[in-house]
Design a protein around this ligand. Structure first.
Ligand SMILES: [Zn+2]
Length: 247
């Protein structure tokens, strides 16, 4: 229900914007609308960036996480399981509407290195279809379950494989405070931070984590934004943005 009203709001806002633009053609400059920085506006080569990533959902806490991220104007990246997308398609719609990135985490969390070529192809394809059906977008990145991959298997994945360099171990300790502590201890410019939105304790850690990362000077971005302007190739694995450091 809330996703519907948000949707209509976005549409009316867009309609008003178009009307304003059209109406203002013959008039002096239109009022600039304050907006979130666009993806192009963030230059992670010059700014300390980090990407929050959430795996294994969507689940019953994902909506709450989206509320928290929205309240803090924070984009994130969700590596979703195709089978969970089928259960919570509305969460995917919200992710897209609210400026988050969606990546594939396979259909049912299979270790890619145990599959045949055909098996990998199916996991990729089924998940792509589920995401497209739910949200009208295709994933452009994949995180292999368990971080398990290898050159032979990576070649069969038609997207960049996105790993992580900061593992909060949230799934193991279920302690929001510890999640924040580990992330803050291990984060560095270009970091990809791993969390799981299927655990309530991970969602509870987010407001504090975002606040502390911002205080430490980090701009939070999606994975796509993190790698913008740098090498990011299909079938290759990345665990953080390597920074050509100029600062
Ligand atoms: Zn996983």
């Amino acid at each position: 229900m809330s996703s519907f009203s948000r949707h209509s709001y976005r549409f009316s806002a867009l309609a008003i914007a178009i009307a304003l633009l059209a109406g203002c053609a013959a008039q002096p400059a239109a009022q600039p609308t304050p907006a979130e920085p666009s993806p192009e506006a963030v230059d992670c080569a010059a700014t300390k960036c980090a990407a929050l990533t959430f795996d294994d959902g969507p689940g019953k806490f994902t909506d709450r996480l989206l509320d928290e991220l929205g309240a803090q104007h924070t984009p994130a990246t969700f590596f979703v399981l195709g089978k969970n997308v089928k259960k919570h398609p509305e969460a995917l719609e919200r992710m897209v509407q609210e400026g988050h990135q969606i990546g594939s985490h396979t259909f049912d969390h299979k270790d890619l290195t145990t599959l045949t070529a055909e098996g990998i192809e199916q996991e990729v394809q089924w998940t792509e279809e589920a995401i497209e059906e739910a949200a009208g977008v295709r994933p452009a990145i994949l995180r292999p379950p368990y971080g398990s991959h290898g050159a032979v298997y990576d070649r069969l994945v038609p997207y960049p494989l996105v790993l992580w360099d900061v593992d909060t171990m949230d799934w193991q300790h279920h302690d929001p405070k510890k999640t924040v502590e580990i992330a803050m201890e291990e984060v560095s410019p270009g970091s990809i931070i791993l969390m799981h939105d299927i655990h309530e304790s991970s969602v509870q850690a987010v407001p504090q984590l975002v606040e502390e990362l911002r205080q430490a000077g980090y701009t939070l971005v999606t994975v796509e934004q993190l790698f913008s302007g740098t090498e990011f190739k299909d079938s290759k694995a990345y665990d953080k943005r390597s920074m050509p450091h100029s600062q």
